[in-house]
Design a protein around this ligand. Structure first.
Ligand SMILES: [Zn+2]
Length: 72
């Protein structure tokens, strides 16, 4: 099982759905019933929308690289 984030372009509701990777993605909005649900890509709980660059300091600045693996 994997947890996926979805957002409805119809009513704007955002929800999470747990289903196997082999299962088809959710397409129907549970709120308004519109077939405008799209999957939101997530990386570690941070949503990526529209391919814009992530804001905030790089992982290294917050110790995210765990021991200078990135050379910083
Ligand atoms: Zn909706």
């Amino acid at each position: 099982m994997a947890l996926y984030d979805y957002k409805c372009d119809g009513c704007g509701v955002r929800f999470e759905q747990n289903h196997p990777m082999s299962a088809p993605p959710v397409r129907i909005c549970p709120e308004c019933g519109a077939e405008k649900v799209r999957k939101i890509l997530t990386t570690g709980g941070v949503s990526i929308s529209g391919g814009s660059a992530p804001s905030g300091p790089p992982p290294c600045a917050t110790g995210g690289c765990a021991g200078g693996m990135c050379g910083m």
